[in-house]
Design a protein around this ligand. Sequence first.
Ligand SMILES: Cc1cc2nc3c(=O)[nH]c(=O)nc-3n(C[C@H](O)[C@H](O)[C@H](O)COP(=O)(O)OP(=O)(O)OC[C@H]3O[C@@H](n4cnc5c(N)ncnc54)[C@H](O)[C@@H]3O)c2cc1C
Length: 291
Amino acid sequence: MKPAPFRYADPRSLEEALDVLAADPGAKVLAGGQSLLPLLAMRLAAPATLVDVNRVPGLDTVEVTGDGVRVGALVRHARLLHDDTAAGVQPLLARATANVAHPAIRNRGTTVGSIAHADPSGEMTSVLALTGGSVTVATPEGRSTVGWQDLFVGPLETSIAGPAVVVDAFFPALPERSGTAFAEIARRKGDYAVCGAGVVVTLDADRRVSAVRASYISVGLVPEVHDLTEAVAGKPVDGADWAAAGALARTLVDPDTDIHASADYRRLLVGVLTERTLTDAAREAAERTAA
Ligand SMILES: Cc1cc2nc3c(=O)[nH]c(=O)nc-3n(C[C@H](O)[C@H](O)[C@H](O)COP(=O)(O)OP(=O)(O)OC[C@H]3O[C@@H](n4cnc5c(N)ncnc54)[C@H](O)[C@@H]3O)c2cc1C
């Protein structure tokens, strides 16, 4: 099938992009095209105008500070995957990106495009949630910051309306004395996951567990962050019962059945992946916490 006819604009500045978007309520931003173009080809979307932002300057930067990592709208998955400086501040970026699609798609698709697409099976939506991140949205009226809790409204739906370009996504740094891990189960490597889990474990100065958070993919309609601390709070990092945290996680999620997996199977995977990732994250947290 071919896409429905559309107009194409390739603005050379953000202001010009916003002007084109404002002039046509049926216009859509085109970034890497790795999600939007398949939707067009299947006629599941038919925007009147595609506003290709690939020639807009200033959107392809990764800024790393002690506070976190700011990823510009044109930064491809592949670049973030290999950015060791960014991974040093927020290790979940590279760990999760390694699970996004195949190399060819990662060469073109963007991290910010993934987030704007708001697919509950997308790795980076859950990383934005788990790290407590936000996006910067440019509109004709100016720029604003939208936190992850206010961003994701439903599957493939965000709160961003009207003429707008997401110019970057900000992922806060991993807190001190913390470790992370990310793992997923997919039928084939590179496929969207049947279930995935990202976790952060934080210890106190005595190497006891003080906080445990987890976020899952392909489990709910929008990214959610679950606090699993109560299952292991105060336990020495070497003696914590991570299976108990996995059991707690299974009671907190509410997965759906679809053609890929039943809700029961997904709930089972949540327990298994939680225990597995927490074991790894706890090891990393212990290494980052002086004995
Ligand atoms: C075979 C295949 C397998 C894949 N597997 C995975 C996977 O396992 N995990 C995963 O997460 N993704 C997967 N993807 C999707 C891929 O990661 C895409 O790159 C990503 O979802 C969208 O990024 P993009 O830059 O290509 O966005 P586009 O396709 O250009 O846009 C996607 C949507 O976001 C909007 N948008 C994009 N950028 C902006 C912006 N800056 N401001 C406002 N709106 C914007 C567009 O208007 C559109 O609605 C897969 C894709 C394919 C084709």
